[in-house]
Design a protein around this ligand. Structure first.
Ligand code: KG4
Ligand code: ZN
Length: 346
């Protein structure tokens, strides 16, 4: 029988615990401290760390209960050891080490961002030998060439400034929408004209493509939206919020999808996984589905509960790593807030 892996996630504001055997998800429990941050308009690291401390034991217990398993049944423990907030990571990694030591079971410190791609195996089955993964959230925007999810991942590009979700949240603030603004901007965008305002597509000029073919940049776009709104306000004109949202959303989706498809073509890959909380975005989903169909690329997007941060993604990656026979981590591993995306395990 394949090993039973307990996955632990605590990189940001979600405490996650999940149990996976092979590519079968047996239980997935998430506790979020999001509500505690909303009034600050962003995540407060200290509040997030304390929430992880409080949520850890109940979350793991609930996952075991739902899976009908006990700690003694667990064959290995996977924990996200980076990238993320140092305090949050420290809570999960310390607890995972304590469990591994007490149970005498192997520990696997794994990369959170690669977990966002690995979780797809629980939904759509094992990944083909070569897969492209676009991981987009409030914290990350990265394009990964996955040669083997357990042993060989190459980061082709990433955002040079804001993540896609972060840019949406900032534009949400400009439009006076509640935090986090992403889903609100998405909803407004569906009612607007995506061609109303020609916002810039960053890093797409021939010159930029030479050095940054698979990199992204969204902070200039956010500034362009701010300037456009300011100019209208100064002229005493009304702001067509739906058109602003739609034109902004189109600029983000187009760059993400165009560069991702170009990467698939250049690397002769015909399967694309999209993960991370921003994969909920309607404009991205629609455009990716349409353009990938034209390009003959099979798009896999897990249901949204597996795209936001959770324990299942860490258990999925831990399971792949354990099945592939990768050596477990040492019990003195630290956390790495800026873990490189070519690092799958530590
Ligand atoms: O992965 P996630 O839940 O949290 C992390 O950032 O790790 O991603 C949440 C981000 C937030 O920035 C949120 O505003 C954005 O994704 N988001 C969206 C949508 N749903 C979530 N942005 C645009 N459209 C959406 N439908
Ligand atoms: Zn994440």
């Amino acid at each position: 029988m394949e090993p039973l892996i307990l996955g632990i996630e605590s990189t940001c504001d979600e405490t996650g615990a999940a149990l996976v055997r092979g590519t079968e998800l047996l239980a997935d429990v998430v506790a979020s401290s999001m509500d505690e941050h909303a009034r600050f308009g962003g995540i407060v690291p200290e509040v997030a760390s304390r929430a992880h401390l409080e949520a850890f034991v109940p979350t793991v217990e609930e996952a075991l209960n739902r899976a009908g398993a006990s700690l003694a049944d667990v064959d290995g423990i996977a924990v996200a050891s980076g990238p993320g907030l140092v305090g949050s990571l420290t809570v999960g990694v310390s607890a995972a080490k304590a469990l591994a030591l007490a149970l005498g079971k192997p520990l696997y410190g794994v990369n959170h961002v690669i977990g966002h791609a690995a979780v797809d195996e629980l939904v759509h089955g094992p990944m083909p030998e070569r897969t492209m993964a676009l991981v987009v959230s409030g914290g990350h925007t990265s394009l990964l060439l996955v040669n083997d999810i357990a042993t060989d991942v190459v980061e082709l590009g990433h955002t040079l400034d804001d993540a896609a979700g972060e840019a949406f949240d900032k534009v949400g603030r400009l439009l006076n929408l509640p935090y986090p603004g992403g889903p609100h901007v998405d909803r407004l965008a569906r009612e607007g004209d995506p061609e109303a305002i020609p916002f810039p597509r960053a890093l797409t000029s021939a010159k930029a493509m030479q050095k940054h073919a698979y990199d992204f940049s969204f902070s200039g776009l956010k500034t362009a939206v701010a300037r456009w709104i300011e100019a209208r306000e100064e002229a005493g004109q009304e702001i067509p919020v739906a058109d602003v949202a739609a034109s902004f959303a189109a600029a983000v989706a187009e760059v993400l999808v165009d560069k991702t498809i170009a990467a698939c073509r250049a690397h002769d890959v015909d399967t694309l996984v999209i993960g991370g909380g921003f994969s909920a975005n309607s404009q991205l989903r629609e455009l990716a589905t349409e353009r990938c169909a034209q390009a003959g690329i099979d798009v896999r997007i897990p249901p949204i509960r597996y795209c936001t941060d959770n324990g299942a993604m860490i258990a999925a990656l831990g399971s792949a790593v354990a099945r592939r026979g990768v050596a477990p981590s040492l019990l003195d591993i630290g956390v790495d807030s800026s873990m490189p995306l070519s690092t799958i395990t530590v």
